[in-house]
Write a protein that binds this ligand. Structure first.
Ligand SMILES: Nc1ncnc2c1ncn2[C@@H]1O[C@H](COP(=O)(O)OP(=O)(O)OP(=O)(O)O)[C@@H](O)[C@H]1O
Ligand SMILES: [Mg+2]
Length: 344
């Protein structure tokens, strides 16, 4: 791949990408800029258009309108093999009859690289993903996590400027998923490669990303660091999708506002002697904390409480220490202590 990098340009820039499939707008005027070396996740519910967006970035799908720029170069008219990007698919897509080394070598053989160069690059990348000892194994003989790493190696051997990962961990069990995502993040940072990760798993997105783009119905609702996304979700949708939350629609706040909603994180509810009376309806112990449901004036709220857990039926008093206020679905303010009126 020729290196035509413009070091001042974003690693990836999507401008006004739109895709219509089956008469429906699946990706809707989507714009996003990613810095060189940054890992950004596309996070959203099933069917929101994540894979469609990634396929347009990779060149497998042509947009109705909009453009894709990689490192300052407009690649919109180019097919996937001519783009400086490489994709890792959810199902790994390894050839079963080829060894791991042959699978990894495949893109370089297609590109007709010299045999010696292929051998060197394959060895180097297998070392990078920790698979040197499985170079001669067939995919069926290695574990799911190892297959995933082989698939990553096959992408990286192309030395892409842009790495695209579509739900790369969804076939792995929960424990392995956590380990492999850390490995992927580690390799991505060591190589400093601009990366787009598609996932519907918020933990995964929050754990490995520099920034997370939350998608809904073909649009990006918010692009932020994981911390910001959790602390100040820009829309009611993001608040509900990222992290656990209580949503409280208020009817009478004195301001007569319609379409007002409060979102309260479970850890922002505390016991307080002078708080609002509440009754404990459910207790789920988690070891170091308990998940407690309380009924407050007709609202059921979920709280995370550390210390000694109450029992079902206990009459307690609680205080809401922080609440996010949404007007017509958009963040309107963050309330600190004394937001008793939320549960009025
Ligand atoms: N070729 C097609 N023709 C018609 N509709 C399609 C086509 N491909 C995808 N869609 C629709 O586009 C929507 C978005 O699909 P996409 O695969 O991008 O979603 P996703 O966000 O990746 O979801 P998931 O998390 O389930 O993978 C879905 O409703 C899907 O049914
Ligand atoms: Mg998908």
């Amino acid at each position: 791949m020729p290196d035509m990098t413009d070091s001042t340009a974003p690693g990836l820039r999507l401008a006004g990408l739109t895709k219509v499939l089956g008469g429906r707008t699946i990706v809707d005027d989507l714009s996003l800029s990613i810095a060189p070396g940054e890992l950004v996740s596309l996070l959203g519910p099933s069917g929101c258009g994540k894979t469609t967006t990634l396929r347009m970035i990779a060149g497998f799908l042509a947009p109705e309108s909009g453009s894709v720029e990689v490192a300052g170069r407009d690649v919109t008219p180019l097919g996937p093999e001519r783009r400086p990007s490489a994709m890792v698919f959810q199902n790994y897509a390894l050839w079963p009859h080829m060894t791991v080394a042959k699978n990894v070598a495949y893109p370089l053989r297609v590109a007709r690289r010299p045999r010696r160069e292929i051998a060197e690059r394959v060895a180097e990348v297998l070392e990078l993903v920790g698979l040197s000892h499985h170079a001669e194994s067939r995919p069926a003989r290695i574990s799911g996590g190892e297959q995933q790493r082989a698939s990553l190696a096959r992408a990286l051997v192309q030395r892409p400027q842009l790495l695209l990962l579509d739900e790369p961990l969804s076939n792995l069990d929960a424990k392995l998923r956590v380990r492999v995502r850390e490995e992927i993040r580690d390799i991505q940072q060591r190589l400093g490669i601009t990366t787009v990760l598609v996932t519907h798993d918020q933990d995964e997105a929050m754990a490995v990303s520099d920034r997370v783009a939350v998608m809904n119905h073909g649009r990006i609702e918010q692009v932020s660091t994981p911390g910001e996304l959790y602390r100040a979700p820009a829309t009611g949708f993001v608040a509900g999708f990222v992290g656990a939350s209580n949503r409280i629609a208020t009817l009478d706040l004195g301001d007569g506002a319609d379409g007002v909603e409060y979102v309260v994180r479970p850890e922002d509810i505390a016991f307080a002697a002078d708080g609002i009376p509440a009754r404990v309806t459910r207790v789920l112990p988690h070891g170091h904390f308990a998940e407690v449901a309380v009924s407050v004036r007709g609202h059921e709220l979920r709280a995370y409480l550390s210390g000694s857990a109450p029992a079902v039926g206990d009459e307690v008093r609680i205080r809401i220490e922080r609440a996010l206020r949404y007007v017509d679905g958009r963040l309107d303010g963050v309330h600190g202590a004394a937001v008793e009126e939320v549960a009025a």
